[in-house]
Design a protein around this ligand. Structure first.
Ligand SMILES: *Cc1c(COP(=O)(O)O)cnc(C)c1O
Length: 395
């Protein structure tokens, strides 16, 4: 334990500023809020006794998600990782392919690539969005790949680079249009990991709808939750049909016959979880405005700190402000661990960014470009308490 009074002055001041925003401890990093129709819909689901694989709440949740995001189709699944796994499969990723993804991401993005028998290939981030750097990606691909008529080969491994998975970090939209343009030039499929960015848009278009497929997560710590859950977004009717088929054990619909026409997955979202999701989605606009107000409070609280800033949405974008993030300048990066220790000891949960994927033993040998920005960011980011209920929902 580091006693608050013994900690360096700057770390104490930072924790003091956080405390003024969040109020008395204990304060979690991100807690769900159930103040709408959750009890009503879950009870209706139980009363119907249709709690499992099929049911009207699943259909309704999928329709509501498609309408909200503007995607033509949404397929609800058990979690965001499963959504990524199937989305990559449907994007054409095959065993032995390489898939580009940011080193600065949650492990699920890289795990899903491995589930396909493919090899993660790590890309650097940019400071402006915290997401994949499109200019660095383009320069890198120009130097290390050979581009054929319809595919792109990593010259040093001889493997096909099949897809790119940009991720919208902490809800802040990545420069998706530039990444899509690069992907087109190098014949890469785009699968957007929008697990963190429900409600975030680029020029008014919802994240997760720019690539061939996009994926969402409704884990307990995300902007809305179904307990556990995820979804695949696409504008392509055939891909949507394939997604539904693969995630429902590849069973051929029939009144009594059990025939499966390929190896499928049991990745369906249960009706009970979808009932919760329908109620949560109704409250999404309220959550988004609360998370935005919380951002303003943190920005005000840190306005007079010279060597750091609270991460703001990139120009032209709307962020859902899922996880509020304090970005330290390199000059004070050494304070990060003290701030984490002091705040967590005081019952205010803060955390660093994820350990970068290429530093994890299981991904150590994977190909990667120079990751200097991601490595610098990793040492300077602190996620702050971000629950919407930290600001009065109606003020
Ligand atoms: C939450 C998350 C996922 C999916 O997580 P699940 O817990 O499987 O729903 C995937 N990628 C990122 C970046 C995430 O934050």
């Amino acid at each position: 334990m580091i006693d608050v009074v013994d900690a360096p002055a700057l770390a104490q001041e930072i924790v003091g500023a956080i405390r003024r925003v969040v109020g008395p401890a204990p304060v979690a990093l991100h807690e769900p809020r159930f103040c709408g129709n959750e009890w009503r819909y879950v009870k209706a689901c139980l009363d119907s006794s249709v709690v499992s694989s099929v049911g009207s709440f699943v259909d309704r949740f999928e329709a509501d998600l498609a309408e909200y995001t503007g995607a033509k189709f949404a397929v609800a699944v058990v979690n965001g990782t499963a959504a990524l796994h199937v989305a990559l499969r449907l994007a054409g990723v095959r065993p032995g392919d390489e898939v580009l993804l940011p080193a600065l991401t949650f492990a699920a993005t890289a795990n899903a690539v491995i589930y396909c028998g493919a090899i993660p290939h790590f890309v650097d981030s940019e400071e402006r969005t915290l997401g994949m750097d499109p200019a660095a990606l383009r320069d890198y691909l120009r130097t290390v790949t050979d581009v054929g008529r319809d595919h792109c080969v990593n010259r040093s491994t001889g493997r096909i680079i099949r897809a790119v998975v940009p991720m919208h970090t902490f809800g802040h939209p990545v420069d998706i249009e530039a990444i899509v343009a690069t992907a087109r030039d190098f014949h890469l499929a785009v699968v957007e990991d929008a697990a963190e960015s429900l409600g975030s848009t680029v020029c008014g278009q919802h994240t997760g709808t720019f690539g061939a497929l996009g994926t969402l997560s409704f884990n307990g710590n995300k902007t809305i939750t179904t307990g556990g859950g995820g979804a695949i977004l696409t504008n392509d009717r055939d891909i949507a049909r394939r997604a539904k088929h693969l995630t429902t054990t590849a069973k051929v619909p029939h009144r009594w016959e059990y025939r499966h026409d390929e190896i499928g997955f049991n990745y369906r979202m249960p009706n009970l979880n979808a009932a919760l999701g329908c109620a949560q989605l109704e409250q999404l606009p309220g959550f988004l405005s609360a998370q935005r107000r919380l951002f303003r409070r943190y920005s005000d609280a840190f306005a007079n700190f010279r060597e750091m800033h609270v991460m703001a949405e990139p120009p032209g974008c709307t962020s859902n402000y899922w996880l509020q993030t304090l970005v330290l300048d390199a000059t004070v990066a050494g304070e990060r661990d003290t701030v984490l220790a002091v705040s967590n000891d005081a019952g205010i949960m803060t955390r660093p960014a994820w350990v970068l994927m290429h530093r994890l033993r299981q991904f150590e040998g994977c190909p990667r470009m120079d990751l200097r920005v991601a490595e610098s960011l990793e040492s300077r980011l602190i996620n702050l308490p971000s629950s919407p209920h930290l600001v009065a929902m109606d003020s």
